[in-house]
Design a binder for this molecule. Structure first.
Ligand SMILES: [Zn+2]
Length: 345
């Protein structure tokens, strides 16, 4: 009898070890993007960014409700409308300000982050810690878009594709410029990424206060949406801040470089070189806290939010109290929308 129970204990212990090993093995052999891409719900606990924008993860995320008075979330099936509460709060605030600048009835929000942040199976190198969000260059229409329309609605580029790196003036308007500059005006916003042609247009035409123009950064793509990045949230000790943008409006050599051949030249490759498979980012490459974020129990309240988006065909409902999120987030100074720039001052 005693021998049997000892045997049983040994068996159980082996089983436990094996299960643990299997779990560990999975984390060691599967790329981090598969592990984080597979997480459907956020982790419980305090909201916290870990690591850097392009190499990290996030605990305690909240979802941007699919619909608000001045925003709509797009491409709901991607399940990437999770962010740090500070980011969700900023988007809510920005959406109101954009609407009062005459930007339709508010903003269309693209990807923020996955439920637990981290690397993604497709798209974005950054957006990993809940502090990045994409906003469409198309304003929110008055009529709510159906979940299907949010999947299918095509992007509209702000570029004239028949020319080299040129804004299409039939599409680009002063309101577009004001909306981008509004996004850059908030103190928590450290960068707003736009296409180099858009940055150039702003450099040439923005007649208002230029003190935030330096935050607007030129980058590939970003001609059908712009990308808002906020800084590490206060007290987030695990968050790795990025270098501050330089002084000045950025309408300088760093912008001129984009209009040379260099950024667009095909990388020189040796035809005889063996193709090297890029090394996958593994969980062990991310901050240590990310293993805990991945293993943490799910926030059950998130289930409702997932249900709200997966019911394609049903009217999406905000399944979360946005007011509570905003109340808990750091308050923004009341500066209101930027004044309309006068043409010649
Ligand atoms: Zn983005």
């Amino acid at each position: 009898m005693r021998r049997t129970s000892r045997h049983l204990i040994r068996l159980l212990a082996t089983g436990l070890c094996l299960a643990q090993l299997a779990g560990q093995g999975l984390a060691e052999t599967r790329p981090a993007k598969e592990l984080f891409g597979g997480a459907k719900l956020p982790s419980q606990g305090q909201a916290a960014p870990f690591g850097s924008y392009a190499k990290g993860c996030m605990g305690g995320a909240v979802a941007l409700p699919t619909d608000g008075p001045t925003w709509q979330a797009m491409r709901l099936s991607r399940n990437r409308r999770w962010g740090n509460p500070e980011m969700i709060s900023l988007l809510e605030r920005f959406s109101k300000d954009a609407a009062s600048l005459g930007w339709g009835t508010g903003i269309l929000v693209g990807d923020i982050s996955q439920p637990r942040g981290g690397p993604m199976l497709f798209g974005h190198a950054s957006h990993q810690i809940g502090l990045d969000a994409d906003v469409w260059f198309t304003p929110k229409p008055a009529e709510p878009l159906s979940p299907q329309q949010r999947e299918d609605m095509p992007f509209t580029s702000m570029l004239d594709k028949s020319k080299f790196l040129t804004v299409d003036t039939r599409r680009w308007s002063d309101t577009h410029a004001r909306v981008v500059m509004q996004a850059a005006s908030y103190p928590q916003v450290e960068r707003v990424f736009v296409n180099p042609a858009i940055k150039k247009k702003l450099c040439e035409t923005w007649r208002g206060d230029r003190s935030n123009l330096g935050k607007v950064r030129p980058i590939y793509g970003h001609d059908e949406h712009f990308h808002i990045r906020i800084g590490c949230t206060p007290g987030a000790t695990g968050c790795k801040p990025q270098a501050a943008v330089g002084q000045g409006d950025g309408c300088d050599k760093s912008l001129a470089w984009w209009f040379t051949d260099e950024p667009w030249a095909k990388p020189k490759t040796d035809p005889n070189a063996k193709p090297v498979k890029p090394r996958q980012v593994m969980l062990s490459d991310l901050p240590r806290a990310c293993a805990a974020v991945l293993a943490a129990p799910a926030n059950a309240a998130g289930q409702e939010m997932v249900a709200a988006y997966s019911a394609v065909g049903a009217v999406p409902v905000p399944a979360q109290n946005i007011e509570a999120i905003i109340a808990n987030a750091q308050s923004l100074p009341e500066i209101g929308p930027l004044p309309r720039p006068r043409p010649f001052d």
